[in-house]
Design a protein around this ligand. Sequence first.
Ligand code: NAP
Length: 294
Amino acid sequence: MGSPLFQRVCIAGIGLIGSSLARAIRARGLAGTVVTYDASPAVRAKALELGIVDDAPADVGQAVAGADLVMICTPVGAYAELAEAMAPHLAGGAIVSDVGSVKQAIIRDVSPHLPDGIHLVPGHPVAGTEHSGPEAGFAELFEGRWCILTPPPGTDAAAVDKVAALWRTIGSNTEVMDPQHHDQVLAITSHLPHLIAYTIVGTATDLEGSLKQEVIKFSAGGFRDFTRIAASDPVMWRDVFLNNKEAVLEMLQRFTEDLTALQRAIRWGEGEKLQDLFTRTREIRRGIIDARQA
Ligand code: NAP
C-alpha cells in the first residue's frame, strides 16, 4: 500500500478503463477519496454497488469540486462538452488527465476550456479489452503495459511527474511522447488493425446464406481472432476514427498499396515474394513476445 499521491481523484466516465483505474488506485491506496461522474445513472449506481468509488454524484460540478486529479475516461467525442461543463468547478492547481486513444484532438478539445493554473497532462494506457462498462474492469489491467503521456509544450513538469508516478505505481511503464507522433504510432498499431477487423467481419456478415453459416462454424481458421477485435466498443471506436482522421487515412493508404502488391504477387504466382513477407512478419511476432507485450 502506498501513501496517497492525491487527496481526491475524480474519474469522469467509469467504464472499462475508468473502473480499472478506480480499482487500481484504491488497491494501491493512491487517493484519499475516489469519486466518479458518469453520464449514465445506471453506471453511477453500478459503480457504487461494486464499491469501487466513494461517491458518484449526478452533477459534474459536484464530482470535480476539490479534486486534485480529474481523469477523463469517456469516449473521446464527449471530451469538449465535458471539459466545458467541469471547468468552472475545478480546484485551483488541479491536474486534468485522461486515457483517450487519440491525443492531438483531445488537447484541441479540452485545453481551450481550462482556466489558468490547471495542468493538462494527457495520457493513453496502451491496454484494454473488447469489453465495456464498470463490471468489465479489473485492477491489474495496466500491469506491464505502456502508458504514453503527451503533455503539450510548457506543461508543469511536477504535474507530469505526478501522473507518471500514478501509472508506474499501478504497474505500467511510462513514456513521454509528442501528441502527433503518438497519433501516428497508434494509427498503425491499434487503429488500422481495428479498422481491418471491422471490415473483415463486416464482409463476412454480408455473405449470403449457407456461406455465412460456415463462417461461424469454421471460424477457428483465423476469422475468430478478428471477431474479438471487431467486438470492441462501437462508440469508442467511432470517436477514435473521427478524431484521428489524418493519421489513419495515411496508414490506410500505405496498407492499400501493400495489399495491392500482395494481390499482384498471388495473381502472378510469385511465391517467393509471399514467403519473404510472411517470414519477416513472423519475426515481428517474436519481437512482441520477447518484449512481453504478447
Ligand atoms: P466504456 O467502457 O464504454 O466507458 C465509457 C463510460 O463513459 C461509459 O460509462 C459512458 O456512459 C460514459 N460516458 C459517455 N459520455 C459521457 C459524458 N459526456 N460524461 C460522463 N460520462 C460519459 O469505454 P472504455 O473502453 O472505458 O473507453 C474509455 C476511454 O478509454 C476512451 O476514450 C478510449 O479511447 C480509451 N481507451 C480505451 C481502451 C479499450 O481497450 N477499451 C484502451 C485504451 C484507452 P454510457 O455507457 O451511458 O455512454
